[in-house]
Every structure is written in structure tokens, then in C-alpha cells.
Design a protein around this ligand. Structure first.
Ligand code: HEC
Length: 151
């Protein structure tokens, strides 16, 4: 084996070993403020105005803002897992459809976030076509949120 090849192989080996090493560090060890591992129990405190609104919210928001997250395979692979778990952790803290009551849910803030295109989180969209809402679906979700949580 040429010297050059040995060096290359050595570099690849170090990268592979480092990657395997990362897998031994679970997300909850990375963040000291980690509160919500996996899927805590669901205790819904409100009723959706219609199955359509619920379906839209489930498709676009529930992976982060509920305790019914669907974890894809790559969500278990560090360091991507750390990023995803942190997002879910922070997201459940700012809005949780699985546990929050109607009074706790600020419908105007939610609608603002959708209208600004801030939510669903843009980084989430390329791998989640079901969360890419058309203008019509967005309008339907907003009307449904208003009907469900508006006073
Ligand atoms: C991929 C994860 C993800 C998805 C999907 C997602 N969110 Fe969020 N959301 C977050 C994170 C992370 C935060 C907190 C950090 C921030 O404010 O940027 C947040 C914050 C929020 C907040 C609080 C914002 C504030 O600062 O007051 C609202 C409201 C919200 N999201 C609504 C929604 C709605 C509605 C949907 C679906 C249409 C949605 N989110 C989809 C991750 C997500």
C-alpha cells in the first residue's frame, strides 16, 4: 500500500470511529435542560373544531408540538438526533397540543407564525412533504385554529 493510501485510510478510520463514538452520546446527555424524551403521555385538553383542522395540524405541527412525534430513522443518528431532539424539546415547551389547555394556547401567535412562514420550521419541510401546505390548506388551517381556540 502506498504511503498516500495509508494516510487516506487512516483519516477515514478516524472519521468512522468518531462517528460511532458520537452514537454513544444520547441527546439527553448533550442538553442539560432536556425535559421531554421520546413521547410522554397524551392528555388533550381541548376539542378540534373539525377532523380536517386536526389532520392539517397533525401533518404540519404534531411532530414537534405534541407528544405524538413520529421519529424517522435518522432522528436516532447523532449528531442529527441532537438537533432534532433539541428542536422537539424547545417546541413542546412553546406549544404542546397534547397537554395544553385551550386557555394556554395563544391562537394569534400561532396564526402569526404560520402567516410569516416561520412555522412549520423551514428546515423540516424538505423531508416532510405532508407538512408543505398549499395556500388553500394554510387558509383552512388558520380558519380551523381560529374556530378551535379563538374566544
Ligand atoms: C420541526 C419542528 C417544528 C414544526 C414541524 C413546527 N414547529 Fe413550531 N416551533 C418549533 C420550535 C423549535 C419552536 C421554538 C423556537 C422558536 O421560536 O423558533 C417553535 C415555536 C412555535 C411557536 C411559538 C413561537 C413564539 O416564539 O412565540 C408557535 C406558535 C409555533 N411554533 C407554531 C407552530 C405551528 C402552528 C406549526 C404547524 C403549522 C409548527 N409550529 C410546526 C418547531 C416546530
Amino acid at each position: 500500500m502506498s504511503r498516500r493510501r495509508k494516510v487516506l485510510l487512516g483519516i477515514v478510520a478516524v472519521i468512522v470511529i468518531a462517528f460511532i463514538g458520537l452514537q454513544l452520546i444520547p441527546p439527553e446527555k448533550v442538553f442539560s435542560d432536556y425535559k421531554f424524551p421520546g413521547n410522554p403521555p397524551v392528555d388533550a385538553q381541548f376539542q378540534w373544531d373539525s377532523p380536517q383542522t386536526e389532520q392539517l395540524a397533525r401533518s404540519a405541527c404534531y411532530d414537534c408540538h405534541s407528544n405524538e412525534t413520529r421519529y424517522p430513522w435518522y432522528s436516532h443518528v447523532a449528531p442529527v438526533s441532537w438537533l432534532i431532539y433539541d428542536d422537539i424539546n424547545v417546541a413542546r415547551d412553546s406549544l404542546n397540543f397534547s397537554t395544553w389547555s385551550k386557555r394556554e394556547i395563544d391562537v394569534n401567535d400561532i396564526i402569526d407564525q404560520i402567516q410569516q412562514g416561520a412555522m412549520p420550521l423551514p428546515i423540516y419541510l424538505p423531508l416532510h412533504s405532508e407538512a408543505q401546505l398549499t395556500a388553500e390548506q394554510k387558509a383552512q388551517l388558520i380558519a380551523g385554529l381560529q374556530a378551535t381556540f379563538g374566544s
